[in-house]
Design a protein. Sequence first.
Length: 308
Amino acid sequence: MAILFVSDIDDPVAWRRELEKRLGPLDFRVWPEIGDAAEIDVALVWRPPRGLLASLPNLRAILALSAGIETLLEDRSLPDVPLCRMVDESLVVTMREFVLAAVLLYHRDLDRYEAQQRRAVWHMRPPRPASATRVGVMGLGALGRPVAEALRDFGFTVRGWSRTPKEIEGVACFAGRGALAAFAGGCDVLVNLLPLTPETEGILNAGLFAALPRGAVVINVGRGRHLVDADLIEAVDSGHLRGALLDVFREEPLPEDHPFWRRPNIRITPHVAAYTLPESAAEVVAENLRRLSAGRPLLHVVDRMRGY
Ligand code: NAP
Ligand code: GLV
């Protein structure tokens, strides 16, 4: 079985090593050194160039190195073979750490102390219990659910929002568009962990910000196109929102002249909230390669109609 690896951020040497540990020697090709395109059975990819996968005539499966697969679905020439997204503990662990750190930053007023430091102001702010901060998580899937549970276990008051109803102990769950404003009304911190689909694009907009309590914070670790950039700037500049922490952007890297860079209450990280580590994530890829060889159904196949 020949595998084509395509990514400009993942390490092909580590991926080959971890897959061969589990499966033995592999015909592992790293784009752009494809060899004979007709020999490629499986593509293991992060944001491949548009049209590349359509040029592999005997492709049998596409395995994403990422949880989000919107750029693959936007490639109109994407071959009609199973497309599997990444679901792995390394993504869960790193996302949980990142969101907890971000929520704690605001809960313990570190943003305000940073602003005080710029003016050499010594002003103590008495800490409040974690339960006094209400955190809302949009998306309760492979990442959103464990994030909500970790926030709950830390003592925060947690609510979640998803497309279909959920029951999570100690988390107030809301479902569907009709419940979005009611969900938002109780979020001091709003964490976006939705997939990017036609239904969720632009969902972090002026209407949703208006439904948040005054002084709320937005943490976007989903995708840049969930956010209407101008609406965030307006909500932050008007003082309705206390601030935002953004890990993902419409254009990445974020262009140097983007106004987000110069807003003191907008924090920017370069798409690092969660990582797919080959040391653990090779397991699910190896399992899918075994299943493909044996003609068994693959794991984590994307529902193309639903878009995630
Ligand atoms: P997932 O398991 O597919 O979960 C998606 C969740 O979103 C589900 O709970 C789903 O509801 C909900 N959802 C989807 N469409 C919705 C809608 N229209 N309205 C309300 N809820 C909706 O995805 P995941 O693995 O948790 O990943 C989520 C996203 O995180 C990825 O798609 C990616 O964009 C982002 N991500 C970012 C980073 C980073 O480093 N910044 C890293 C990894 C992933 P149901 O449960 O009802 O289906
Ligand atoms: C990263 O952003 C991912 O979707 O895995």
